[in-house]
Design a protein around this ligand. Structure first.
Ligand code: PHE
Ligand code: NA
Length: 459
């Protein structure tokens, strides 16, 4: 209960505003930027999609991030307790905490399969370093991916390695775990990304990639593309998973939530665009298909690296970059549930991280088996909409299309309509930005989220 929760030892705070920015950016920058953004941009025609995506980040993503950080900092507990605390202070129903419950459940489920994909990236570091892609054709490169997915033992191994890396950091706590990890990993990630872009400029197809990403062709953009952009804005900023609430709970009073959220949104966007500038020149230089879909970085890109001078070296660096990005995101997915477990059961940080992490690891096995032994098993196959969808597909579908938007919608409604305006004016944005943020959060965000939500359910 609340009284016992507040009686706990004083919580730590981030050592600086920069520490929070690095951690939040570490969460935001992940497979979404490096794997998903390039391929959905490719599938949706390029420039026009990018413009819509940028608008979604600014108008919907950043305002919700601010609301989440506010809840964490105002409540100063794990996301569920924080929401209840803020609700009680504002004489609102404690039921609003379902927003955090849904978000944390989503974080738990997402981590279970995010770790499997993080494991693919780790496996690819090895493949590139061993030169497995050098000089190979599409069939061999595709075969490497295919046999990885077909082998439960290999997948389980890399899934376990990835999850162990995540647990170790979270178990060490805020300062010696999270902060130390992001202090090293985030600068390394930026450097590797710049190296990758530098390498891409040597392909002779850099200009083509710039045109592809930045020259809008609205004819190439469908309504479906707009909705994908909006959904991705959520995912890429790690919203709707209670993560920013958990991270916000350690944020100092004097830090501006508005400026901080804008910085994180900007950095996440910069990484996505840089990833596009690193990947598309390589794709075009090898005459490959920009709209190759989810296989873009695990099949198309290794094929390209295999044909290029120093390709093994740069391929290896690229996949190390991917592992780092996924690692800091994995950490952020484990943090909210661990924080909750620790406060709820008054256990140690280490025990909480291990219990939650191992449970998540176990759930991940279902996703691994979905790729091979259980690939024909569609638990909800009796509904047309879910025909052929494996457990992995279903976990992805329900978290990304239902739980995240629902959690984000409830957060926006709660902060926009139930929290006292004076509190927000004092705590979130002071000055002229307030009215803009407040109206976006109250009107624009909920409407946009409902549209995507309904569309995804009907599509
Ligand atoms: N924001 C991350 C990305 O873009 C994805 C993610 C989602 C990370 C949820 C953590 C939590 O890849
Ligand atoms: Na992201």
């Amino acid at each position: 209960n609340l009284a016992s929760a507040s009686a706990q030892a004083p919580r730590g705070l981030w050592s600086s505003r920069l520490a929070f920015i690095l951690a939040a950016t570490g969460s935001a920058v992940g497979l979404g930027n490096i794997w998903k953004f390039p391929y959905i941009t490719g599938e949706n025609g390029g420039g026009a999609f990018v413009i819509v995506y940028l608008a979604c980040i600014a108008v919907i993503g950043i305002p919700i991030m601010m609301a989440e950080v506010f809840i964490g900092r105002n409540g100063r507990h794990n996301p569920i307790t924080s929401l209840r605390t803020v609700a009680e202070r504002n004489l609102s129903s404690p039921l609003w905490r379902v927003s955090a419950i849904i978000g944390m459940l989503a974080a738990f489920v997402i981590l279970s399969f995010y770790s499997v994909i993080g494991g693919w990236a780790a496996a690819y570091v090895g493949h590139s370093a061993m030169g497995d892609f050098s000089g190979q054709d599409a069939e061999v490169v595709g075969g490497i991916f295919g046999s990885l997915l077909a082998s439960p033992g290999t997948l389980l191994f890399w899934h376990s390695v990835f999850m162990a890396l995540v647990i170790v950091v979270v178990a060490r706590g805020l300062k010696s775990g999270l902060e130390r990890a992001v202090n090293i990993l985030m600068p390394a990630l930026f450097v590797l990304l710049l190296v990758a872009v530098g390498y891409a400029t040597t392909t002779g197809h850099f200009g083509e990639a710039v045109k592809f990403l930045f020259r809008p062709d609205f004819a190439a953009l469908s309504m479906n593309g707009v909705l994908i952009a909006l959904g991705h804005a959520f995912f890429t900023l790690s919203l709707g998973m209670a993560i920013m609430m958990a991270y916000g709970s350690y944020l100092g009073r004097d830090v501006s939530i508005g400026r901080t959220a804008i910085t994180v949104g900007f950095l996440d966007t910069a990484v996505a665009l840089l990833a596009g500038l690193a990947i598309f020149p390589v794709v075009f230089a090898n005459g490959l298909e920009a709209g190759a879909g989810p296989g873009l970085i695990f099949q198309t890109l290794p094929l390209a690296f295999g044909q290029m001078p120093l390709g093994s070296l740069f391929g290896t660096l690229f996949f190390i970059l991917l592992v780092f990005a996924a690692w800091t995101s994995g950490i952020s997915l484990l943090e909210p549930v661990t924080e909750w477990f620790e406060e709820k059961f008054s256990t140690s940080r280490v025990a909480s991280a291990i219990v939650v992490g191992v449970a998540c690891w176990a759930l991940g096995i279902a996703s691994i088996l979905s790729l091979n032994e259980w690939s024909g098993f569609a638990p909800l196959g009796m509904f047309d909409k879910f025909a052929g969808k494996t457990i992995f597909d279903l976990l992805d579908f329900f978290t990304a299309n239902i739980m995240l938007p629902l959690s984000g919608l409830l957060t926006a409604l709660f902060v926009g309509w139930c929290v006292a305006r004076e509190t927000l004016q004092r705590d979130v944005v002071t000055g002229t930005g307030f009215t803009l943020w407040y109206s976006l959060l109250r009107f624009v965000t909920p409407v946009a989220v409902v549209i995507v939500f309904v569309y995804n359910l009907m599509a």
